[in-house]
Design a protein around this ligand. Sequence first.
Ligand SMILES: Nc1ncnc2c1ncn2[C@@H]1O[C@H](COP(=O)(O)OP(=O)(O)O)[C@@H](O)[C@H]1O
Ligand SMILES: [Mg+2]
Length: 357
Amino acid sequence: MENPSPFEPRLTLQESAGRLRLTDKRVWQFIEQGRLAAHYDRTLHRWFVFESDLQEFAQTARGPGRPRRTTPSPVSQSNKDGGPPKPGQERKTPMAETRTLAVFNQAGGVGKSTTTRDLGYELATRGQRVLVIDADSQGSLSDFLGLDPYGKPEAEIFWTAVCADMDTVPPLATAFGLTVGVSNLSLIEGIERLERMKDHLRFLKVLDGIKADFDVVLIDCPPSVSEMTVQILLAVDELLIPVQPEQKAIAGLVIVQKEIIKANKRRLRIQNPLRISGIVPTIFNPNLSVHLNNLKYIETIAQTLRCPVLPAVRRLTAVTEASTYGQPLKVYKPSSPANDDMARIVDCLFAETAASV
Ligand SMILES: Nc1ncnc2c1ncn2[C@@H]1O[C@H](COP(=O)(O)OP(=O)(O)O)[C@@H](O)[C@H]1O
Ligand SMILES: [Mg+2]
């Protein structure tokens, strides 16, 4: 049978129990027996059942039929260290688990690296332990944080350990209170090695090994789709999509959407679908009517992606200057209104950390 859409509605166990007119406990028993497919959302700390699985179960099961989706057995996951808890034992503490976000858009020049830097810095000023990973061989993020990626030998580059299948922890730098996984042109060769490795979960495993030390991991994706992007989209829980309110950039969102669908198909057996945390309109000029109009198109696309449009980041010269000087905007020019834009984005994305400002 065909796989369901990755954006298919899903229900909590309580909602599923209500639909089936069963107790929560009975529904969980069906899941434990492998008769009803469920998946654990590590961001929301909850179990979910896809609507189509529930319908199929309601029609055929309660009999001996097997679920069509081959999710890992919740029983084995629940009992392993670090695996998802059983219902009722889910963690209630916000930010208790590391949030992993890829800043993703296949188009270049839409503000991915800038957004990663300033979002990361804003979170760090709120007391969050932030890891930002530069996944672009251009090394812009590293450069925008004053780290001179080209002055670094290959051994100091985050991806060397990942792409060489080395059993060592990737090297991490620090800048402005952020921990940084630096990248440079050596990543091009690294991606070739990653392709030869034929282990699509290589980055997922590396990330799982280091993320516990951080509250938030932000990955600045390259403006192309390669084995590296595939691995990033398999490894993270959430996506943030920066887009300029320009017609060409908006049209490019169709390609982004296709990549998300592809990634979610790959993730079906191992991960929950990607959570699209929002589209960020970037390099936005509120005085341009064309930009204001294009925001409406972005809203429409966000509806099809079932995600919010986050506050826009204004186009201001200081943002580019900050990059030239290798500093977060808030360090280079604390009075810049674009800092307020970034703070508003953090308020929306990380509501639970807003109180600590
Ligand atoms: N809010 C902004 N205002 C003005 N310039 C910006 C803004 N955000 C990004 N830029 C500039 O746009 C260019 C592309 O941004 P960048 O973050 O490198 O995009 P990407 O990573 O998507 O290629 C850079 O020169 C950057 O300084
Ligand atoms: Mg970039």
